[in-house]
Design a binder for this molecule. Sequence first.
Ligand SMILES: Nc1nc2c(ncn2[C@@H]2O[C@H](COP(=O)(O)OP(=O)(O)OP(=O)(O)O)[C@@H](O)[C@H]2O)c(=O)[nH]1
Ligand SMILES: [Mg+2]
Length: 448
Amino acid sequence: MSDKDTIAAIATAPGEGAIGIIRLSGPDAISIAERFFKGKTPLSHLPSRQLSFGHLYIQGRDFDKILVSVMRAPNSFTGEDTVEFNCHGGPFLLRRIMEAIFHEGARPAGPGEFTRRAFLNGKIDLSQAEAVSDMITAKSDLSLQSAFFQLRGGLHRRFAKMAESIRQAAMLLEAGLDFSEDVEIDVEMIKPPIAQASRHIEDLILSYERGKIIREGAVITLAGQPNVGKSSLLNRLLEEDRAIVTDIPGTTRDTIEEQIDLNGITVTLVDTAGIRDTDDPVEREGTRRSQQFIDRAAIVLYIVDGSLPPSTLDLDNISRYGLAFLVLNKSDLGIYTGWQSVQSLHPQLILSAKTGDGISTLRDRLRETLLGKSDLPDEIVTKERHVLALQQASTGLSEALQSLEFGNPGEIIAMDLRVALDALAAIIGETTPDDVLDRIFKTFCIGK
Ligand SMILES: Nc1nc2c(ncn2[C@@H]2O[C@H](COP(=O)(O)OP(=O)(O)OP(=O)(O)O)[C@@H](O)[C@H]2O)c(=O)[nH]1
Ligand SMILES: [Mg+2]
């Protein structure tokens, strides 16, 4: 595999569709594509970035009516000559065209190879390349928003700004080093830009926890005794009749997982089997699985029938869970007054899965708990790779600050600053080893 040959792939999703797009990129993209296309103007004379109509021929056979676009280097996504055929979206049809294209000398593109070339040709930085795949996999409005911020180069600009502050400090330092030995390091000049970059990096590291929830979503588990309305609440939140609801205790025997968009966050809701002592092996296994999801949950909704008096089992259970809400369900039947005096560390929510009363408050409270009350800043770090590098940078900067305090030699401080700069450079891909690139692009789909 080389980064210089011509690659081709189907860029649209597999399966039948109205349109199927085939993309070629590389030095021979135009000359290869030209062999297939007949329109008013030969393909090689078509203006860049315009759609033109014509016929696609394979070995002299009129094969499909298509729209074609030519993007000439360097003004294309990959930075190379690129051609896109908009064909009819039949899987068989597209495969036949692909075979013919490969026969003419193009090579099948690997996963994410178009984006990789865009990165290698300097069209985008590595954080933007990663954002391309985030745009495609985003499942909620917030994850889309943060992916797009990254794609537009938002993170790149932030990192560049921090690197600039650090470089400024390094320059001042080196200017001092170049003079004679007895020049004192001007701590008051050098410290502020380092401290500023350090604060900014700390903020970004803090944004990671929230960023992770936006990107990966969170698990919310519905737990409680049989018949309290767990499945009814799941159905209510999903707005569909997903789980079986009956008045027979022990209706749900297995866990049920479904995703919802909770005002912008992707949440996996897990309905569980009611917790009770039983000899039934199936129910026992159900309870064991419930426990697993209780352990994995970001939030546990512990549901009780609020119209009935509290039981000791409930009080025991709820005191054992981490972040939990005590949900008093069946408010339409009236809430038993004794619940008011239940001392619990967990916030109480009153609602009715049956009528929908209190559900929008529940949604708001869940979102607030997951993301915090304040509005989210644009700059959110969502990638582990980024946060690890930021942590390295942060360590470098705090050591530099300490060295300044202790009056250590300038060479040592300069080395710490170098560590921080290298870590920031790795995020945007200025210095990223090939195996790291391979790992990043392997997760992409083919044709991207
Ligand atoms: N009045 C009233 N009835 C409810 C409410 N929520 C659930 N129910 C009823 O309570 C019964 C049990 O509901 P489910 O949702 O199956 O309860 P569950 O907790 O999933 O029960 P298991 O699966 O057996 O553990 C059904 O008859 C529901 O119609 C509510 O808010 N108000
Ligand atoms: Mg159930």
